[in-house]
Design a protein around this ligand. Structure first.
Ligand SMILES: Cc1cc2nc3c(=O)[nH]c(=O)nc-3n(C[C@H](O)[C@H](O)[C@H](O)COP(=O)(O)O)c2cc1C
Length: 150
């Protein structure tokens, strides 16, 4: 289960469609040249995600099981604003969905109630301008690729 979560992305229930895979490949292409020689991309993501890329602060986002799954939208909105607010303060962030595959371990380590689900984490810290990986920058998909106008 964990392996599936890690290789398909947390929560993916079937292989992703080609346009999602294409986006993933483009992200890989922009990161790979900045990785230490020979580091496999997937190892970088998996290991980096599990140690919050060495960030000094890791936020664990949970939701009480009393809420319906549709309330995860609210969690996403809250995390989105949190990330923007952090950015405004000069901080860098990386949302980490992958850690939801390790919810039991996290719950035990942090003594989180069984009534809460671990949704995701967010790594927070000041970006290191001297780190080669921070030279990697993804492009933006054109609007017409991701929005359908009626
Ligand atoms: C919901 C969500 C979950 C994410 N989970 C992970 C993760 O587990 N590991 C990781 O390295 N990055 C994760 N990311 C970060 C993305 O890989 C990416 O770095 C970030 O969204 C910025 O990418 P962009 O500048 O190409 O848009 C996640 C992002 C989002 C929005």
């Amino acid at each position: 289960m964990r392996e599936r979560n890690i290789s398909c992305g947390p929560g993916a229930v079937r292989p992703l469609q080609e346009h999602f895979m294409d986006r993933q490949r483009k992200l890989m292409d922009c990161i790979l040249p900045h990785l230490e020689h020979g580091t496999p991309f997937q190892d970088f993501i998996n290991e980096g995600s599990c140690n919050f890329y060495g960030a000094p602060v890791a936020i664990i986002v949970t939701i009480d099981q009393a809420f319906s799954k549709s309330r995860l939208v609210d969690v996403g909105i809250a995390v989105g604003y949190m990330v923007l607010a952090a950015h405004n303060m000069g901080l860098g962030t990386c949302p980490i969905g992958l850690i939801s595959a390790f919810d039991e371990e996290i719950r035990e380590m942090l003594n989180i109630s069984q009534e809460k689900d671990v949704v995701m984490g967010v790594a927070v810290g000041y970006p290191d301008p001297d780190s080669p990986i921070n030279l990697a920058s993804s492009d933006r998909a054109p609007l017409q690729e991701v929005v359908r106008f009626y």
